[in-house]
Design a protein around this ligand. Structure first.
Ligand SMILES: [Zn+2]
Length: 242
């Protein structure tokens, strides 16, 4: 069983056409494509375990401009794959655990699995029509490698992983009186700490207000408090609570 990671796609010469069409691809136009690097690596990994993976969309998809077409985020690259693994509930438990854990998944735009959609941090976004696993990756990740995620895929099928997860580092931190707020680069979550305990701020309204305050305060790397951050880092990523 193989997986198709490059080719030539034609926008169907007859409609009905769907939006978006950000590159203005004409009916009948041919576009040579390759999979974005993360998609190629993920598809290859699942395929090694006998799972069928689809990258390029069918004619229905190609009438629009979503991530199964080579004219969505970067012309000539495809940012999504469909992983046709049979046990969607098992795959959902596995994947959501990773998204909500300490792995760097900031390169994931969103996933659909078991009819639900989650963002790259594992926050539920709503109903999705996809029972199978659909992964969309961020535009900025087009040439990025996802070797750690590939290891996790092999682990899902019972192969031992060889390295441990790198620890993400809080990159935006701001001290306000007795409290410190911090946010990991590329992640929406904000944590609050009183230097003794810490907790995740999950409620969207509170999150939004804290993010606004962080921004107004001009929080940046320069605000890191060197003697405090390593202990918070260890506290958060060593025994995460949320
Ligand atoms: Zn899909």
């Amino acid at each position: 069983m193989s997986v198709v990671l490059s080719g030539t796609a034609y926008r169907p010469s007859s409609g009905p056409y769907r939006s978006p069409n950000p590159f203005g691809i004409r009916p009948g136009q041919a576009v040579r494509w390759t999979a974005a690097t993360p998609i190629a690596e993920i598809a290859t990994a699942f395929n090694k375990h006998g799972v069928t993976v689809y990258v390029i969309g069918d004619n229905y998809h190609l009438r629009g401009g979503q991530d199964h077409t080579p004219w969505s985020k970067v012309l000539g690259r495809i940012f999504a794959c469909d992983v046709m693994y049979g046990d969607a509930a098992k795959m959902e438990r596995w994947l959501v655990g990773i998204l909500r854990g300490s792995e760097d998944t900031s390169w994931i735009d969103y996933v659909n699995i078991n009819n639900k959609q989650y963002n790259g941090s594992g926050t539920y976004q709503g109903y999705s029509g996809d029972h199978h696993l659909h992964i969309s990756v961020e535009k900025g990740a087009v040439n990025g490698h996802v070797s750690r995620f590939v290891q996790l895929i092999h682990a899902f099928f019972g192969q031992k992983t060889t390295t441990t997860a790198p620890k993400p580092v809080p990159t935006v931190t701001k001290r306000e009186g007795r409290f410190m707020f911090f946010q990991v680069q590329g992640k929406p979550e904000v944590y609050i700490s009183n230097f003794v305990t810490y907790r995740h701020v999950p409620d969207p309204a509170t999150l939004k207000s804290i993010q606004g305050r962080l921004k107004k305060l001009g929080a940046s790397d320069a605000d890191l408090v060197p003697e405090v951050v390593p202990s918070i880092n260890e506290a958060v990523w060593g025994k995460k609570v949320d």
